[in-house]
Design a protein around this ligand. Structure first.
Ligand code: NAI
Length: 262
């Protein structure tokens, strides 16, 4: 038997091949969980600005370097059938679902005039609908296990920025968190959202050096965040220690939102 706050729990982490999801998967593994790495890809993304030496698939990393276990299930969260199949495969393999972490996301560069309709639809499908599809298919199993949902929003979900579909989707995730918490409170399923600030992942490749400098000024802590910073918060929110926390939107942003009084 594994030891830790999530010993022998089954945890689905979407978008766990790279970046923040990988950090979340690693932290759950360190807490003894079996992690389902649900991603469109198995190989980690090779970011240009960060993570350039990351080559090992997350499932291998978690299985060999932590107390937990992991498996990869190819999943496109923007496709409801793919999500349903992934949840069914998880239940078949492990007998249930204890935690769902909705982390998968994309950010496409552009403003209202340069964003194409296809980019709008894909962003909303992955960043917003994906979180709903995963919740919809996992909730019956979470009700059965008394499990938890942790969403990954963004500071952009509060103050905008990041392009129209990204800001809209993340604002949607923030508010859907509250709605699902209201729906599921009586069932013992807590639903919370982490809102990261600037975290060093391949997603940051879209930024210019000037954008990075602005982000440094916006961040009160004298460093950027790591995937494990977000992982620590996810492990906490899904743990029994957070038993009285639901419907919450937790910034893990080095103080980014303090400027806006949110
Ligand atoms: P990333 O680009 O490094 O990793 C995202 C992962 O999601 C990749 O492994 C990718 O293959 C996967 N993915 C993309 N589309 C998918 C789909 N349709 N189905 C399943 N998996 C898919 O990005 P990062 O930075 O790790 O972002 C993770 C989450 O954190 C996203 O929701 C992002 O919006 C959010 N976030 C990130 C911030 C940052 O500073 N990096 C700040 C605020 C929020």
């Amino acid at each position: 038997m594994a030891a830790g706050r999530h010993a022998d729990r089954t945890v689905i982490v979407t978008g766990a091949a790279s970046g923040i999801g990988r950090g979340i998967a690693r932290r759950f593994g360190e807490e003894g969980a079996t992690v389902v790495v649900a991603d469109v890809r198995r190989e980690p993304k090779q970011g240009e600005r960060y993570d350039t030496d990351v080559t090992r698939p997350t499932d291998e990393l978690v299985a060999s370097e932590t107390d937990g276990d992991a498996t990869f299930v190819e999943t496109d969260v923007g496709d409801p059938e793919s999500v349903e199949t992934m949840v069914e495969a998880t239940v078949e393999a492990y007998g249930g679902v204890d935690v769902l972490v909705n982390n998968a996301g994309i950010q496409i560069e552009g403003d209202s005039q340069t964003t194409t309709l296809e980019e709008w639809e894909r962003s909303i499908a992955v960043d917003l609908s994906g979180a709903f599809y995963c919740a919809k298919y996992a909730i019956p199993h979470l009700v059965e296990s008394g499990g938890q949902i942790v969403n990954v929003g963004s500071v952009r979900g509060f103050e905008g920025g990041g392009g129209p579909p990204y800001a809209a989707a993340k604002g949607g995730v923030v508010n859907m968190t509250r709605d699902l918490a209201m729906e599921l409170g009586d069932d013992g399923v807590r639903v919370n959202c982490i809102n990261p600030g600037y975290i060093e992942t391949p997603l940051q490749d879209i930024n210019t050096d000037e954008d990075v400098e602005k982000s440094r000024e916006q961040t009160l802590v004298p460093r950027f965040g790591t995937p494990e910073d977000v992982g620590d918060a996810a492990v906490f929110l899904a743990s029994d220690e957070a038993g009285f926390v639901t419907g919450a939107n937790l910034p893990v942003d080095g103080g980014w939102l303090a400027h806006s009084g949110l």
